[in-house]
Design a binder for this molecule. Structure first.
Ligand SMILES: [Fe+2]
Length: 441
């Protein structure tokens, strides 16, 4: 069981115990509160009324004592009734709050575990609407150019406002961003910040609204807003819940953006490295990309997990990078797997790809280099890369060898089954790559 799940379970059972204790205490209070007035009543009755009853002259009972007694009973019963009602209502409010806090806890857990920014933003808005029970919601973020933009909108007419820019300080969300303060308005059209233009353009009728700024390190990164509370008004409790959600949302959005930026930087760096390899030998232009495609088709046939596909993809893209350091002369040719490994291994994201590059000239029969590894001791991804590379070399025009057609290339590869290549990889290669998959230069 995950740590976080365990905490949630504890949270839930502690909650039940908490309310059971309250109920028990309340019952004791009721008992005490009703027994004491009842005892006084009985005492009064015995002392002042019983003599009249035993004498059979109840009609002689002074009127004022009778009225006082009747009123006492009435007030006592009424008090008991009202107290019961008020306490039950308080308990049910507490239970409701507990339910909402549990929901908030689950939502923040879900938000923390969502890695993709677009999915994350949508999840924040939809969960905020569900948590507070609102008709619509949206999330605005500052982009790189400093514009506050609607990134996600959910609910009626949501499509019409997506990607619209909000001027800081204008409208409820603009005001919220500019002042770093929450907006909670239950009669929106009467507020001076109400943006008529936005509603008339989208066709949405904003009745009530709550906006919270998304703040991280004292900087506003955006605004989370929800509109039109279902069956009531936005309360202080709603505001606190939405603010808590916004705190976690701001952290997760920032982390997710950082990750996406890093990934796009890495893609950019990969492009540069591919271009550098293309420049080593003009006749090998496009080689690494073609190898990546063939290796992908073979790997899919072998049902490699998604993560391994990614690692192999980058290994294919950088497998010749060692030539940049060693050159590709007859004497230095065999050094390129090792120097390629040295170059790539220092990038933590590509560490797995470096190992594949190191082994991509190992042969299945143990006669390869740099280590002469044998059979399954060679990484499966390296066995795939080796075959994909040879297939591309055979089927394309290179300065150092004759170009073969598809059938001749397949025959040459098959002739090396168990020697250069793993028979299982050849089988997957034959099942997955057709004549039409060959990419020309
Ligand atoms: Fe190579």
């Amino acid at each position: 069981m995950l740590y976080i799940d365990r905490i949630m379970l504890m949270h839930s059972s502690v909650g039940k115990e908490f309310f059971a204790t309250i109920r028990r205490n309340v019952k004791i209070s009721y008992f005490t509160a009703s027994i004491i007035p009842l005892t006084i009543l009985v005492y009064f009755s015995i002392k002042y009324i019983l003599p009249y009853v035993t004498k059979g002259s109840l009609t002689d009972l002074p009127l004022d004592i009778g009225i006082i007694l009747v009123l006492s009973v009435f007030v006592s019963v009424l008090g008991f009734f009202l107290l019961t009602k008020a306490t039950n209502s308080a308990i049910s409010s507490l239970q409701n709050l507990h339910k909402r806090l549990t929901s908030l806890f689950q939502i923040t857990k879900q938000i923390r575990e969502t890695p993709y920014l677009d999915v994350l933003l949508e999840s924040i808005v939809k969960n905020a609407m569900r948590l507070i029970s609102a008709e619509a919601g949206s999330l605005l973020l500052y982009d790189d150019t400093g514009h506050l933009k609607f990134k996600v909108a959910a609910g009626p007419a949501s499509e019409k406002i997506k990607d619209r820019v909000v001027i800081t300080g204008v409208g409820f969300s603009g005001w919220c961003a500019a002042n770093k303060q929450t907006v909670r308005i239950n009669d929106a059209s009467k507020d001076e910040r109400y943006n008529h233009e936005l509603d008339s353009r989208s066709g949405f009728n904003t009745k009530s609204i709550m906006c919270v700024p998304l703040i991280l390190n004292n900087k506003v990164i955006g605004v989370l807003e929800i509109l039109n509370k279902r069956g009531g008004i936005f309360t202080e409790e709603d505001e606190n819940l939405l603010s808590s959600l916004a705190d976690q949302a701001a952290i997760s959005i920032t982390q997710s953006r950082l990750l996406e930026n890093q990934q796009s930087d890495m893609i950019h760096i990969a492009e540069i490295l591919v271009a550098a390899q293309d420049s080593i030998d003009p006749t090998k232009k496009g080689h690494v990309r073609r190898v990546a495609k063939y290796a992908y088709l073979i790997s899919k046939e072998l049902n490699l997990p998604e993560e391994n596909l990614k690692t192999l993809h980058y290994a294919c893209l950088f497998h010749d990078i060692g030539f940049l350091k060693t050159g590709s002369t007859r004497d230095t040719y065999q050094l390129h797997p090792k120097s390629g490994y040295e170059i790539i291994k220092s990038v933590s994201l590509w560490r797995g790809s470096a190992d594949i590059i190191l082994q991509h000239h190992e042969r299945y029969d143990g006669n390869g280099y740099p280590y002469g590894k044998l059979g399954d001791a060679i990484l499966l991804e390296a066995r795939i890369l080796f075959l994909a590379e040879v297939f591309d070399v055979l089927t394309n025009k290179y300065s150092y060898r004759e170009q073969l057609d598809f059938t001749a290339a397949v025959n040459e590869i098959e002739a090396n089954s168990g020697l250069q290549f793993d028979p299982a990889v050849i089988k997957a290669f034959k099942a997955s790559i057709k004549d039409t998959d060959i990419i020309g230069d």
